[in-house]
Write a protein that binds this ligand. Structure first.
Ligand code: FES
Length: 100
């Protein structure tokens, strides 16, 4: 299932936006021409990653600093922790996420 997240112009480079789709929260991040889609809550204590800090290809949770690779969702602090990733794309002037 493909869902519109926002207008393409509303997602600047290095910006994070979150969207609630059914029972799940997804974040999208535009970085250097790519748009990444990830599960929107940290695996540590479920803090929202919508306010996460982007550092290179990593998003850092603002609560306790756990870091996640934007491409794979893998946590760099705890090997067991991995965010689900989603296909994202830009079409017709919007950012879309495919939540299947
Ligand atoms: S809730 Fe994200 S690091 Fe603790």
């Amino acid at each position: 299932m493909k869902v519109k997240v926002c207008k393409a112009t509303e997602l600047a480079n290095g910006q994070v936006r979150s969207v609630r789709i059914l029972a799940q929260t997804v974040i999208v991040v535009r970085l250097d021409g790519q748009i990444y889609g990830l599960e929107g809550n940290c695996k540590h204590m479920k803090a929202s990653l919508a306010s996460g800090e982007i550092d290179g290809s990593v998003i850092k949770c603002t609560m306790h600093g756990w870091r996640y690779d934007l491409l794979t969702g893998q946590c760099l602090n705890e090997s067991w922790a991995k965010l689900k990733t989603y296909d994202t794309f830009e079409a017709d002037g919007f950012v879309w996420v495919d939540v299947i």
